[in-house]
Design a protein around this ligand. Structure first.
Ligand code: SF4
Length: 488
């Protein structure tokens, strides 16, 4: 059997040959030809750092690579190609990436055929210098060219030496089709890329470019197809500032959510990441009226001090933010809120830090992600005087996390003896005991014992009663198992 596969969505070098896939009728073995070059079955190992957008991009890359006969391996020793999808936001991710990239050198020594590529945010801004610095690196590519990954892989197997591509996709519309490679009923759907906000500490506008949204009709059709043909029941709409969705096309996130509500078989909709400035009253109202929108919202506040928020260029005040939480809780009394906090941003005084603790007390978040501020080159904050010592930042972070832990403990205790419906996501080993875990509609994790050790509950909908809690998770027991479709 022979099929021709058009490669890539969006950017592509049209001078490159199309792919032809041949499947041997006797052995079932797949071979892919691109021009004169043959791609036998090969294995790729992908290491992803950073946010959900990066994980989504890695899945997309893998989906393209499967057209070139690559399959995923968990074992880097057996890989024919190693890819890193990098994150430039956090210093820790950065350090881990550089250390792992260094370690790959010995793999290449023992297997000179091994190809090594680096993509993502670090590669967008530093691809050329990475290529210069690491002679075991074959290619580097930016965030806006991932849909041409197969062209890059072709070029590297065709013998092109060590290149970097970090151009921006300049086409008018942002148009893609979501690709899923897993068997789960959950999918990430990218609806807007880039960010126009320019928070002073953040590198994203420089690594992901200006905002561009997909058209609403395309997203709705894309998700309808995922539900109908790939068994997807839960989607998470992704964007760096997802609330800004549609501004460039005269559409809104609220309108998109209302349209998605009508897709039969789609059970749960989440979206991330939000910017408080762009949460409209229309969107707040949808949190009250929608039957499918998750009762959880992650709304990054970053600081409880107006002066710090100004230095961060966040475009809202603490009063505005707390007013927003009030409106959301009024529209949807069951809503669960979480946030991001940066501790020790440049010039943060003891009083400003205390204001963040006060805000945590008022907001009563279900969970937070908290970090100490670390300088990112090329951002505006990198030119501000960072005069807070590492010790003070560390001490403030530890104290803030302990403070929040007390809040969470009380919130979780309020869940005791209540029942929650979860979608089971997998199992783990807790103190030598196999326990399954599922996530509630409001994004809380509950661990539970199966009825017997052989029971396979992966991707089942299950009702659980919460029997004990800590600040971070709950333990529950099975009330009812519904199978793999959400019960009506
Ligand atoms: S809104 Fe988010 S992604 Fe955009 S600049 Fe600010 S922190 Fe970065």
């Amino acid at each position: 059997m022979t099929t021709t596969t058009p490669t890539g969505l969006g950017l592509r070098d049209s001078s490159l040959p199309n792919q032809i896939t041949e499947i041997d009728q006797k052995t079932g073995q797949k071979t892919v030809k691109m021009g004169e070059m043959i791609f036998p079955p090969r294995k790729v190992w992908i290491k992803t750092f950073g946010c959900q957008m990066n994980y989504h991009d890695s899945e997309r890359i893998l989906s393209h690579l499967s057209d070139l006969n690559f399959s995923l391996t968990e074992n880097e020793e057996e890989a024919d190609m190693i890819l890193f999808n990098t994150c430039a936001i956090r210093d820790l991710s950065n350090q881990k990436f550089y250390s792992q990239l260094g370690q790959v050198k010995h793999l290449k020594k023992s297997n000179p055929q091994l190809k090594v590529g680096v993509g993502g945010c670090v590669s967008q801004t530093e691809g050329k210098s990475l290529i210069k610095k690491y002679d075991h690196l074959d290619f580097a590519f930016g965030t806006d060219v991932i849909d041409t990954i197969n062209d890059m892989v072709y070029r590297t197997y065709a013998g092109e030496k060590r290149f970097s591509i970090n151009s921006w996709d300049r086409s008018q519309n942002f148009s893609i089709e979501t690709k899923v490679t897993h068997g789960s009923p959950q999918a990430f759907v990218n609806i807007i890329k880039g960010c126009n906000k320019y928070c002073t500490y953040c590198i994203v506008p420089y690594t992901r470019g200006k905002e561009r949204s997909r058209k609403k009709a395309e997203v709705v059709e894309d998700i309808r197809r995922l539900v109908e043909y790939q068994g997807i029941q839960e989607v998470t709409l992704l964007g760096q500032n997802v609330n800004s969705y549609g501004h460039d096309n005269g559409e809104t996130l609220a309108e998109l959510l209302m349209d998605l509500e009508n897709i039969n078989g789609l059970e749960l909709i989440r979206y991330t990441t939000s910017h408080p400035y762009d949460v409209s009253d229309e969107l707040v109202a949808v949190h009250g009226s929608s039957k499918k929108l998750s009762k959880h919202l992650h709304l990054p506040v970053q600081s409880g001090s107006d002066e710090v928020l100004k230095r961060m260029h966040r475009e809202y005040s603490v009063e505005h933010y707390l007013g927003l939480l009030e409106k959301l809780r009024k529209a949807q009394p069951e809503i669960v809120l979480s946030t991001d906090i940066i501790v020790g941003f440049v010039g943060e005084t003891d009083e400003e830090y205390q204001m963040t603790l006060d805000l945590l007390e008022k907001a009563q978040y279900d969970s937070i992600y908290s970090y100490v501020y670390s300088k990112r080159e090329k951002t505006r904050a990198a030119n501000m005087v960072d005069d807070i010592s590492k010790e003070v930042k560390g001490e403030r972070l530890r104290h803030l996390q302990k403070f929040q832990q007390g809040i969470q403990e009380k919130i979780r205790q309020g869940m005791l003896e209540n029942s929650y419906r979860v979608l089971v996501e997998g199992f783990g080993n807790m103190g030598g005991v196999k326990k399954w875990k599922g996530r509630t509609n409001c994004n809380r994790l509950i661990h539970f014992l199966p009825e017997n050790n052989d029971q396979d509950l992966q991707w089942n909908w299950v009702d659980l009663k919460v029997k004990s809690t800590t600040a971070f998770s709950c333990q529950g027991e099975i009330v009812k198992i519904y199978g793999k479709r959400m019960p009506r």
